[in-house]
Each structure stands twice: as structure tokens, then as C-alpha cells.
Design a protein around this ligand. Structure first.
Ligand code: BGC
Length: 743
């Protein structure tokens, strides 16, 4: 073989720098060159959003950013203030509830690709998201960052996001693992639940993110489970995540989520972020090196109180992450706020909006309606602001009012209707009642003269709304909106409500309003998506990723009272010293404990099984056209343990406009040794149909779809017997069913 300069260079190159070598060889080589001190350094932050590499070896640091709806603006090195850079404005993509409402994994792929390009351009190695905590209560302030109440839907939707994001050399950091299903007391609430609920409801989407999405990192949650914090929880991280699922990525704490050095050393945590510091210099009492996984860890290692294998395991995981991201020399350059990114945000938004009710007034024909009144703060508010860590600094934001004016012309007028304060974290801005009354009266007066009224209210990203670190305080819409909507309905029969929120809310006015659209935090392109659905340019095709109960008590978590939500505080703080958490924006209670008494019956599983109908059920969403489902055909009537059967059903567009339908397959088990929900989502397909067109949708059912988790045996089992395949347009609108047996 001829000796060339490149082959000499390659021969002299250490293995860890040689990208032609397998990643595991590079990891071992780098590890073998590192000192104990260097390994420990890697295990904790060096700044608010960065953790060290190994400068001596030319191994770069890791840069992280929130997540998950766009790349957050730069934050100061050692406090939560924004750095006020001029080059960090980005595209805001629709919130993850919206993504879930598309019921279209192709949209997740588009999302991951586009947000990944922006993260790459901003030189981030880890994007802190997506989140797949299950929607258990509509009061959870962070539901807008998650993907709804069903583990199958959330799992199917999270995988393409991760895969496409990571193609940019940017790691997903799937959060918040696990059971962080409320913000109230999130810092220390101890969640008690059955293994069935854990395995059937709360873990599957995380498992898919790890095994199918191959996520490179995961974020531990703030709360506790089995009386141990999730960020250093032996069973959750060592047994389930690593041993059962084979996770080879990095476990990162939520910011300030570590509380103990020994547990952090032993229980599967890799990088500690966001703990309190009071300065950066050696004069400070508590610097980044004083984190639990900093000097205290080094000392324990040196004294032999925890084995070196713990730090080797962490360093291996972190090196692997660095080779996949920061040192990935094949990574693309990325791009930011491109027309393609805006088009992607628009496309996802278009498919996300859910038409909940329509007496025929929608779509609102722009040729017929010109004198339109738009009412409501969310028609103009910058909804990318607030909400906590997912807050975004956008380059552009096209508001609903602007976009409605662009479609309907100068006859469009606007009235605030109500007003709220600026986005604030953990606080509310109270607007005087006299102002609220006058804004309402003004809107109602103006409504009398309009041909139609479009109400755009809902929630926003203020504290106690759709916002991190606090839960909502009431199920009804805040700021007197119920009254405004009632009065607008009385003033004008052509009222449509087009609310923006990431959560369900009460609709005491539902019978008085001819049409209701559910919109979401759709980011940069919120206006154009909403205007196009209202005018009919886009035919709505979103479906609810969670149920809208009539009343809060109808929701499974609330049905069982405060032990179930939000939990009960104890007489003492149980050693969860607030000092532990000082500086981190977490919510702590006095050793609160909570029991998931609703068990596996969450969301529609509860409404269906207990016969407490939701106002709008999971999977519901109308179209401007109509779909007819034909007779289902089963490939066989019986299935064995190694077999599968297919069920197919023709679906026809019987209306006059092109439209998309989400065909949903639920399975119902006739008899089982353990209680089961009446039915469970097992597959879905979104299809597009021209008027008059028919497509046959085929689902493949395997024994997997028949299984439940037997917690005594600790395994998934399918019991022989009769099952039903239920195919529908929502969880309650079942259009076709076919019975088969499993042997
Ligand atoms: C949130 C995380 C976020 C982190 C960093 C925490 O308060 O819970 O979701 O990624 O802060 O901003």
C-alpha cells in the first residue's frame, strides 16, 4: 500500500479523534486518557446551559437550549436573565399539544427537521425537549408542552420528531422523566401509583422515544416516585431506563433536580444542571464545582465511598453524546427563520386546529362576510412570551387579527373584550374589574353592528394559566370570558369561538354558540393558520389529543379528590429543605404525597369506562366535508400468539370539499382477569380524500395490541378470548366494528 500523508496523519491520530472508528472505541480511548478530575468535571454544569468537555484533549463542551417549540434566546452564564443578543431570534413552531392534535407523524418529522436546523444554526448540541408526560388533569400548567392523554398517540408522535431532530447532530432531551404530570409541588411531590398505571399509561411514550426514536438524552423530572427524586431514582433510571430499555444516552437533571451526591453517583444520573450557585469565583461559597456531582462527588470517589465505575459510566455516556453532537463532523450547518421553516410551522398549524362544533356557519365565506368583529386578547397577544422555559423570542409573529384582516379586508374591526397582565412567572397581574367591565361592554356593543363575530380568547402563558411552575386554579376560562361569550352570543347570532389554549376548559355557553374552533399556541404562523381555517382555504383536520370534560370533577384525577390531585402535604417538610432548591424555580410543598387513584383510567379510558361522557371526547374533530365509513373486513376471525390479522375499512368523502380524516382503531377486550378500559387506541391513519373519493384503510392487529400489563407477573399478557376492533372518527364516534378471537 502506498504511504500517503493522509494515512500517516490517520495513523498518528488518537482513536478518539478518528471518526472512521466505531464510536464505542472512540469513547473507550478518550476515557482511558482522562483523569478522575476531568471525568467529574463533565458531570455537572459550568454555566446555566452548558457543561464542560475535556479542554486538554480538545473535547468540546456541550451546549443546551430549551426547547421544545423553538430554540430559546440566549441566557446569561450564571443567572436566568436573557443575554439580549441581537442574533438569537427564531421561528416559533406550534406547541406540542398542537403537534399531537395533527395526529400525523409526518408532521412530527417535519417539526423535528425544521426545529433541528434552527438548533444546529444556533450551535446547540442538546435541545431540551420534546416532552411526553401524560395529560392527566386539565389544570396542569405545562400540558401545552406535552402530547396529550394517550400513551400510544404520544409515542407515535414523539418518535419522528426525535429522529429528524437528531439528523442535525442535535440531541433530543426527552422530558420530564417521569410522572411530572402537574406543576403544583413539582419539586418534591411523591407520586404513588400502581405498576400497571406506570407501565400502561405513563411510561410507553418515553420507552418509544428511547427505543424507536433512539433519543440521545433524557431529562429527569423534579418530583419523587417511591420516595426518591426522579433525577437520581434507582428503579426509574438504573432498572427501567438502562436495564429494561437499554438506554445508552445521557440522563440530565431538570434544572435544580439533584438533591444528593451519593444517590446521584449511584442511580443513573450523568449531568447535573441548574443547581444553585451564588457566584463563579473562588470567593463564592457555592460555585458550579460545588454541585452534588462536583467536588462532593470527587471526594466520595477519592475516599472510595462510591466506586470509580460510577464516574466511568457517566463519562462514557457523556463522551458518546459529544461524539454524536458537538464532535460530529458530518453535522450540517443548519439555518434559521427561513421561508421553509415558516411554511413548516404553517403546515403543522393548519393540521392542528380542531373544529369542535359547527352549525354550518363555518367556513365564513370572505365574499359574503366583510363586516366582521374580532374580539379577544389572543387575537393580538404575543403568545410566544411567557410560559416558563419554553418561552421564545421570535423574529416574526403573524397575529390572528392581522391574518383575518388580510383575508376579510378593511371591514374587520377589533375589540379587546378583556385584558390580562404581562407574562409573569408564578405571579398574576390583576386588572381592575372596572376596566374589564368596560372592555366587555364595548365589545358587546360593537358586536350588535357586525355581520359576524370571531371570538379569540382562551388561556395565555401567564402564571396560573398555560405556564410552567404553577397549575391553573380553575377549570373555567379566566378573566370573565364565560360572561363575555354569553353576552356576545346574545348580541349576535353569528358568533364563533376560536380559542387558543394548551388545555381543556369548561364551556357553559356551548349551546348558545353556533361554532367552536380549538386553536393552540401555533407560534410564528398562528394567524395565517387560523384565518385559513376560518375562511375555508384550509379544511380543518385536527383531532383532540385529550378529552374536554364537562366539569372538572368529571376528570379522572379530580374525581378522587385532593389525595389524587394535587396530593396532601404532611405536617413536616420531611427533610426536603427549601435550601436544596433555592435558586431553582421549583415549587415545593411540605413533603406532599399524591396517589394516582384513577390508576389506568386516564382521559377517555375513564370517561368511557365509567360512563361519564366528556363534552368533547378524545379523538374528536370535525371537517367541512363529511366522511362515510363502509363495512369493515377482517382477514381472519381468529388470531394465534404468533399471528396477526388485518382489518380494513373503506372511507368515502361524501361532501363537496377535499378533506383529511383521522381513522382511529380502538381495541376492546370482552373479558379479562384484570380490569381494563372499555377501549384503547392501538393505531390511527390520517388520509386525504377528494370529494367522492374512497380509500380503504388497513390496520394490522398483532397480539401486542391485545396486551395489558400484569403487575404481579411483571409482564405484558394477551389473554385468549373475544376482542373487538372498533374503528371510528373519535373515541366515541365509532363507525365500524368487527369481532375476532385470540387463541
Ligand atoms: C424546566 C425544564 C427546562 C429547564 C431549563 C426547568 O425549569 O422544568 O423543562 O428545560 O428548566 O430551562
Amino acid at each position: 500500500m502506498a504511504i500517503t500523508s493522509t494515512s500517516i496523519a490517520a495513523a498518528q491520530q488518537p482513536v478518539y479523534l478518528d471518526k472512521t472508528k466505531p464510536i464505542e472505541d472512540r469513547v473507550e480511548d478518550a476515557l482511558s486518557r482522562m483523569t478522575l478530575e476531568e471525568k467529574v468535571k463533565m458531570c455537572h454544569a459550568q454555566g446555566k446551559f452548558s457543561s464542560p468537555g475535556v479542554p486538554r484533549l480538545g473535547i468540546p463542551e456541550i451546549w443546551m437550549s430549551d426547547g421544545p417549540h423553538g430554540v430559546r434566546a440566549e441566557i446569561n452564564w450564571n443567572d436566568w436573565g436573557y443575554s439580549n443578543w441581537k442574533n438569537d431570534s427564531i421561528t416559533a413552531f406550534p406547541a406540542l399539544t398542537a403537534l399531537a392534535a395533527t395526529w400525523n407523524p409526518e408532521m412530527s418529522a417535519i417539526y423535528g427537521k425544521n426545529v433541528g436546523e434552527e438548533a444546529r444554526f444556533r450551535e446547540k448540541d442538546v435541545l431540551l425537549g420534546p416532552g411526553v408526560n401524560i395529560y392527566r388533569t386539565p389544570l396542569n400548567g405545562r400540558n401545552f408542552e406535552y402530547m396529550g392523554e394517550d400513551p400510544y398517540l404520544a409515542g407515535e408522535m414523539v418518535v419522528p420528531y426525535i429522529q429528524e431532530l437528531q439528523k442535525n447532530g442535535v440531541a433530543a432531551c426527552v422530558k420530564h422523566f417521569a410522572l411530572n404530570n402537574q406543576e403544583k409541588w413539582r419539586g418534591n411531590v411523591n407520586v404513588v401509583l400502581s405498576d400497571r398505571a406506570l407501565y400502561e399509561i405513563y411510561l410507553p411514550a418515553f420507552k418509544k422515544a428511547v427505543q424507536d426514536g433512539k433519543a440521545w438524552s433524557i431529562m429527569g423530572a423534579y418530583n419523587q416516585i417511591w420516595n426518591q427524586h426522579c433525577c437520581h431514582n434507582d428503579r426509574l433510571l438504573n432498572k427501567i431506563l438502562r436495564d429494561e430499555w437499554g438506554f445508552d444516552g445521557v440522563v440530565i437533571t431538570d434544572w435544580g433536580g439533584a438533591h444528593d451526591t451519593k444517590e446521584s453517583a449511584l442511580n443513573g444520573l450523568d449531568i447535573e444542571m441548574g443547581s444553585f450557585t451564588n457566584g463563579l469565583t473562588s470567593e463564592s461559597e457555592f460555585t458550579f464545582d460545588d454541585y452534588y456531582l462536583g467536588n462532593p462527588y470527587l471526594e466520595m470517589l477519592k475516599k472510595g465511598e462510591v466506586p470509580d465505575s460510577t464516574v466511568d459510566a457517566k463519562a462514557r455516556n457523556i463522551l458518546r453524546l459529544i461524539f454524536r453532537t458537538a464532535m460530529n463532523s458530518d453535522k450540517p450547518y443548519g439555518s434559521i427563520t427561513t421561508p421553509e421553516h415558516y411554511a413548516a410551522a404553517k403546515q403543522i398549524g393548519d393540521e392542528a386546529i380542531v373544529l369542535l362544533k359547527n352549525n354550518g356557519i363555518l367556513p365564513l365565506d370572505p365574499a359574503k362576510y366583510r363586516n366582521i368583529l374580532v374580539v379577544g386578547e389572543n387575537a393580538v397577544r404575543l403568545l410566544n412570551e411567557g410560559g416558563g422555559s419554553s418561552e421564545l423570542k421570535v423574529k416574526d409573529m403573524f397575529s390572528p387579527l392581522e391574518a383575518i384582516k388580510a383575508v376579510y379586508g378593511d371591514g374587520v374591526k377589533y375589540a379587546e373584550g378583556y385584558r390580562t397582565g404581562r407574562p409573569m412567572y408564578e405571579k398574576e397581574d390583576i386588572i381592575p374589574q372596572a376596566i374589564l367591565d368596560s372592555l366587555r361592554n364595548q365589545a358587546v356593543e360593537m358586536a350588535k353592528d357586525a355581520d359576524a363575530v370571531i371570538y379569540i380568547g382562551g388561556l395565555n402563558k401567564n402564571g396560573f394559566q398555560d405556564c410552567e411552575a404553577s397549575d391553573r386554579r380553575e377549570y373555567n376560562l379566566p378573566w370573565n370570558q364565560d360572561l363575555i361569550i354569553e353576552e356576545l352570543a346574545a348580541a349576535n347570532p353569528n358568533l364563533m369561538v376560536a380559542n387558543v389554549s394548551g388545555n381543556a376548559y369548561a364551556m357553559p355557553w356551548i349551546d348558545k354558540v353556533p361554532a367552536v374552533l380549538q386553536s393552540w399556541y401555533l407560534g410564528t404562523m398562528i394567524g395565517p393558520s387560523m384565518a385559513d381555517v376560518i375562511s375555508g382555504k384550509v379544511n380543518p383536520s385536527g383531532k383532540l389529543p385529550f378529552s374536554f370534560p364537562r366539569r372538572l370533577e368529571d376528570n379522572s384525577a379530580h374525581y378522587f379528590g385532593e389525595r389524587s390531585y394535587p396530593g396532601i402535604e404532611q405536617a413536616t417538610d420531611g427533610g426536603n429543605a427549601a435550601a436544596d432548591l433555592a435558586g431553582a424555580d421549583v415549587n415545593v410543598g411540605k413533603n406532599p404525597e399524591q396517589e394516582y387513584l384513577d390508576d389506568i383510567f386516564v382521559g377517555y379510558r375513564w370517561h368511557d369506562t365509567k360512563k361519564i361522557p366528556a363534552l368533547f371526547p378524545f379523538g374528536h374533530g370535525l371537517s367541512y366535508t363529511t366522511f362515510e365509513y363502509g363495512k369493515p373486513v377482517l382477514s381472519a376471525k381468529e388470531m394465534g400468539a404468533d399471528g396477526s390479522i388485518t382489518v380494513s375499512v373503506p372511507v368515502t368523502n361524501t361532501g363537496t370539499s377535499e378533506g383529511k380524516e383521522v381513522v382511529q382503531l380502538y381495541i376492546s377486550d370482552e373479558k379479562s382477569s384484570l380490569p381494563r378500559p372499555l377501549k384503547e387506541l392501538k393505531e390511527f391513519k390520517k388520509i386525504s380524500l377528494a370529494p367522492g373519493e374512497t380509500k380503504t384503510v388497513e390496520f394490522t392487529i398483532t397480539p401486542e395490541a391485545l396486551k395489558f400489563f400484569d403487575d404481579k407477573a411483571h409482564e405484558w399478557v394477551a389473554e385468549p378470548g373475544k376482542f373487538k376492533a372498533l374503528i371510528g372518527s373519535s373515541s366515541t364516534d365509532i363507525r365500524a366494528n368487527a369481532q375476532f378471537s385470540y387463541k
